[in-house]
Design a protein around this ligand. Sequence first.
Ligand code: MD3
Ligand code: FE
Length: 211
Amino acid sequence: MSARAEIDTGMEGFRFWPGALSMSEQADLLAEVLAAEAAAPFYQPMTPGGRPFSVRMTGLGPLGWVSDRSGYRYQSTHPVTGSNWPPIPGLLLALWRDLTGADQPPDACLVNLYREGAKMGLHQDRDEADLTAPVLSVSLGDAAVFRIGAAGGGPTRSLKLSSGDVCALTGPARLARHGIDRVIAGSSSLVPGGGRINLTLRVAAPASQQS
Ligand code: MD3
Ligand code: FE
């Protein structure tokens, strides 16, 4: 793996490694995600309020995060095909081990696809059973303007996430409010058809159910 240099974000628990993945690692990872897409197509989730997300989603691993009229949850099957999710690529499992130091492996990888114009509103990730386990994010393709602020509210900061960047949300940053304001269309040629893919590795199931 290429050199990974951590940047000080000045925000406790928000760890950031710009350019952590080399071009060839980005291409390999993208190829794995696009191959998985055959079995687990990107679909358009609905908010519990009945509005479609502008981001399309799929998942990898034993559990996948889904949203529909009944709410948000993790489940073992794709909501459209009913099949189990494809496995999490080894490169991502290795990154998780190297960068998080967490004692459990991730059991869920949410895959977000942002085509031009897609965005994600400010939210917290709190559907996982153990909110002390970290989340690891990998960005591929077009850069995006990411916004993050403290769990309790107050000011937010904005930061660009580019292809190959990796960040970990640990400790006090785990419940940070965050979102994607916009994607900078045309800033990368990695994703066929343009756009951005973000992969987030999570520990979703309670410790008692980890295999
Ligand atoms: C901060 N994804 O999938 S990645 C998500 O780029 C999500 O698709 C965004 O927010 C994306 O839930 C942001 C960076 C990120 C991921 C998870 C976090 C930041 C986070 C969890 C807690 C705090
Ligand atoms: Fe999130």
